[in-house]
Design a protein around this ligand. Structure first.
Ligand code: IPM
Ligand code: MG
Length: 368
């Protein structure tokens, strides 16, 4: 078998720092578990703009299409706020999602026991929380046409279009049901069928897919606004939440904050299987580029490390090794190692980005 290829796109802000720790982890799996990866690195976001005048070059896009998995750090920063919309760092990420057709965005919101007190909610509401949000990622109001800012009479009008085809809903619904079967076997689908036709169609198609092929999975429907409320009221009622691109953007931020630690949350964006059977895939932490602490060695590398764990599970069929890595991270937390984002003032000295990465490596060594 040929060595699987990994394309690393560190991006901006803390992206390069957290990715440096992931590279250590990748090397560890090569040395200690005989899992070699052919790793290459390239630019995305502001870093690509600085070098090439675009947030993602065609050449990088092509490499991403060919890679067995793409690992991305973060994009954006205040320096780029002045740029034209078409070359903003975020456009690089959106191009990757769209052109790789990564329609299923998996965003786990898991509350690590050692961190339950960091949530803004009470411990008993979040302790043990384990939700998976499946967000549709390549359609809906992020991409629907018509879009733009147009002249209308003597004023301008800004337009985006919420648009979903049956097949777009069908494929992401299947992804959610498949995942649910491997977890708590429950899917709650969220839309606004009370006010939007796209929501009515969403509910119909999800119900059809369920009846045809996944009747063994428990399915419920919720209006997305109620879903947001339920997420902060009683989040443990959920297992898999299935929702569209824009609602998913908002609901996943909400779910992330329940866990109290944005610095811990990974994500996977998956598309259709490639010729070798692996899905097109991009893995990235949920957090952003955190320009305020970039370059200071303060960033928490765990979300990016856990994103690599998701790559092991979903791209390379190494669920056991993924669990090994996840447990290593958990044991580091349980031992009290903390980057600054996981501490309250007066808690003592935070671990640096590198120290946190080293602690995970040590925990991996201990797992052998
Ligand atoms: C996310 C982000 C992106 C989005 C931005 C950076 C384009 O908020 O991944 O949730 O809106 O999808
Ligand atoms: Mg978002």
């Amino acid at each position: 078998m040929t060595t699987p290829t990994l394309l690393i796109l560190p991006g901006d802000g803390i992206g390069p720092e957290v990715m440096a720790e992931v590279r250590k982890i990748i090397a560890w799996f090569g040395d200690k578990r005989g899992m070699a990866f052919d790793v290459s690195e390239d630019l995305v976001g502001g870093a690509a703009y600085d070098a090439h005048g675009v947030p993602l070059t065609d050449a990088t896009m092509e490499k991403a299409q060919e890679a067995d998995a793409v690992l991305l750090g973060a994009v954006g920063g205040p320096k780029y706020d002045v740029l034209d919309f078409s070359v903003k760092p975020e456009r690089g990420l959106l191009r990757l999602r769209k052109e790789m057709d990564l329609f299923a965005n998996l965003r786990p919101a898991q509350c690590f026991d050692a961190l339950a007190d960091f949530s803004s909610l009470k411990r008993d509401i979040v302790a043990g929380l384990d939700i998976m949000i499946v967000r549709e990622l390549t359609s809906g109001s992020y991409f629907g046409e018509p879009r733009g800012i147009f002249e209308e009479g003597n004023e301008r009008v800004g337009i985006n279009t919420q648009r979903y085809t049956e097949s777009e809903i069908d494929r992401v619904a299947r992804a959610a049901f498949e995942l649910a079967r491997r977890r708590g076997n429950k899917v709650c689908s969220m839309e606004k069928a009370n006010v939007m036709e796209s929501g009515i169609l969403w509910r119909e198609v999800v119900t059809q897919v369920h009846q045809a092929d996944y009747a063994d999975v428990e399915l419920s429907h919720m209006y997305a606004d109620n879903g947001a409320m339920q997420l902060v009221r009683a989040p443990k009622q959920f297992d898999v939440i299935l929702t569209d691109n824009l609602f998913g953007d908002i609901l996943s931020d909400c779910a992330a904050m329940l866990t109290g630690s944005l610095g811990m949350l990974p994500s996977a964006s998956l598309g259709a299987p490639m010729e070798n059977g692996r899905p097109k895939a991009l893995y990235e932490p949920v957090h952003g580029s955190a320009p305020d602490i970039a370059g200071e060695g303060k960033a928490n590398p765990c979300a990016c490390i856990l994103s690599f764990a998701m790559a092991l599970r979903y791209s390379f069929d190494q669920g056991g090794e993924a669990t090994r890595l996840e447990q290593a991270v958990e044991s580091v937390l349980a031992a009290g190692v903390r980057t600054g984002d996981l501490m309250q003032s007066g808690d003592g000295n935070p671990a640096s980005t590198t120290e946190m990465g080293d602690a995970v490596i040590e925990a991996l060594n201990a797992s052998l």
